[in-house]
Design a protein around this ligand. Structure first.
Ligand SMILES: NC(=O)c1ccc[n+]([C@@H]2O[C@H](COP(=O)([O-])OP(=O)(O)OC[C@H]3O[C@@H](n4cnc5c(N)ncnc54)[C@H](O)[C@@H]3O)[C@@H](O)[C@H]2O)c1
Length: 434
């Protein structure tokens, strides 16, 4: 139990969970929570009345009591945290709001569940850790890819030593986001080459990061799962990274070639700072390397490009191709299909909840991240993906920006655990509970 919230507040009661941000992602969390009978949603907050209305309608349709709504201004969430006696809050807002909203929640005694990434600067990473340590109220980074079925099966393989001693991993965020970064202010995906105040949803805030920043802007979908497998902050630590970025062509070409854009469009005159491919190599305290790719501006099918490699074998897996090589198991020098391994090492959580989870979003993994959050809030347990994870994973962005800006110069990671990584145990999803 953590000291920041009184046990009586939640014991034998439904968890009282509020929402800050009810845009696309906030409503997908909401959809999952509305299927549970152990939560109440007393209040929601969004500065966009349309997003608030949509969330209210969803609650009404599921027979939930109408929530108190907040959103008169960008700081209305502070009123909600102060007045609503919440146990937990799910934060699904633009990146620049994540840390200050999480910090405010912890200070108000409210368990924070924050979307990815959790922080933008090293100072924000420290703010998450320091506020957690000062208040005793946890923050959980809601990294759903950690709960993907194949990712969890590979985690089981790692834990059972199938790959021997781990040596190397690859991962990343390789997702053609051009139709997310631009729209026409009416439809969410595609249609138009506008961003900022002329656009809606992610194009209204995410795209500016590509204009002004050059680094790995979205590291956690790749590094979260690998961090768990490599015991980061729990027996292991990221020590340093180097990053290089290619030239930037993808966003400019998209604008020029789009039917609603063209070479004379004002956005075709912009110089995008984000390199199309940013490659980061991380070193760890135990002597492994991890290569992380950020690739969001070019035409390509989606892929997180996982590879996990050790002294006993290797796997490379994605949604479409999954292969494995374990020394002594199949024919030498030949990949095996992974299906039998995925079945044998299916994580107990997926064995238990898999059928139910399938419809919950992103192939089922969203059920598990929301389930974990509700369970730890209800039971007042530490976060399975905690302030130290949020800080170490999110720190990749500012460190990679610095490295890129300095010709690939190595950047040291702070030890956000202040030495406790040596003794902390890996407690991510140990069984079939959450
Ligand atoms: N884990 C995943 O698979 C996944 C998927 C999509 C998005 N995300 C993340 O979720 C977050 C939200 O993304 P989205 O797609 O929902 O974006 P969105 O633009 O659709 O929604 C963001 C919402 O936040 C609201 N908002 C902005 N500032 C606010 C403030 N000060 N107070 C209250 N509300 C405010 C906006 O009005 C909007 O409704 C981002 O961090 C994104 O990276 C994660």
């Amino acid at each position: 139990m953590f000291p920041g919230i009184s046990y009586a507040q939640v014991q034998n009661q439904k968890a009282r969970i509020g929402f800050i941000g009810t845009g696309g992602r906030g409503r997908s969390h909401l959809k999952n929570l509305l299927l549970r009978d152990d939560v109440k949603i007393p209040a929601i907050c969004d500065i966009n009345p349309v997003a608030l209305q949509k969330a209210k309608r969803m609650m009404d349709e599921q027979g939930f009591e109408a929530p108190v709504t907040y959103g008169d201004n960008a700081y209305s969430y502070l009123n909600m945290l102060e007045k609503e006696n919440l146990d937990g809050v799910i934060i699904s807002t633009p990146w620049l709001w994540h840390t200050r909203m999480s910090v405010a929640a912890m200070k108000a005694g409210v368990y924070a569940g924050v979307e990815v990434s959790a922080a933008n600067t090293l100072q924000e990473c420290w703010d998450l850790v320091n506020t957690y340590e000062e208040t005793g109220v946890p923050v959980m980074i809601l990294e759903n890819v950690c709960y993907r079925r194949d990712v969890m099966a590979v985690l089981q393989m790692v834990r059972e030593g199938l790959f021997g001693e781990l040596i190397h991993a690859r991962c990343g965020y390789q997702h053609d986001l051009r139709a997310v970064k631009f729209n026409n202010g009416k439809q969410k995906h595609g249609g138009g080459v506008e961003f900022g105040e002329n656009a809606i949803n992610e194009a209204s805030w995410r795209t500016e990061h590509s204009l002004y920043r050059n680094g790995d802007l979205y590291p956690t979908h790749g590094i979260g799962p690998i961090g768990n497998m490599f015991d980061i902050n729990r027996g292991n630590l990221f020590t340093s990274l180097v990053s290089i970025a290619t030239k930037s062509r993808g966003l400019h070409d998209y604008i020029v070639n789009h039917p609603e854009g063209g070479p004379e469009h004002p956005n075709a005159q912009l110089r995008w700072k984000l390199g199309d491919i940013v490659t980061t190599t991380i070193s760890t305290a135990r002597g492994e390397s991890i290569v992380l790719t950020h690739d969001t501006n070019l035409p390509r099918p989606y892929s997180l490009g996982f590879r996990v490699q050790g002294t006993g074998g290797i796997t490379e897996f994605d949604y479409h191709t999954r292969r494995i090589y374990i020394e002594g198991a199949g024919s030498s020098h030949r990949w095996e299909e992974m299906d039998a391994y995925l079945e044998k090492y299916d994580h107990p959580l997926w064995e238990k909840y898999g059928d139910y989870a399938e419809g919950s979003g992103h192939g089922g993994m969203d059920f598990f991240v929301d389930h974990a959050f509700v369970e730890v809030v209800k039971r007042q347990l530490p976060a399975p993906l905690d302030a130290y994870d949020a800080a170490a994973w999110s720190a990749i962005t500012p460190l990679s920006e610095r490295s890129v800006a300095n010709n690939g110069a190595p950047q040291d990671f702070p030890d956000f655990t202040r030495g406790r990584w040596m003794k902390r145990e890996n407690n991510f999803a140990p069984g079939d509970d959450y």
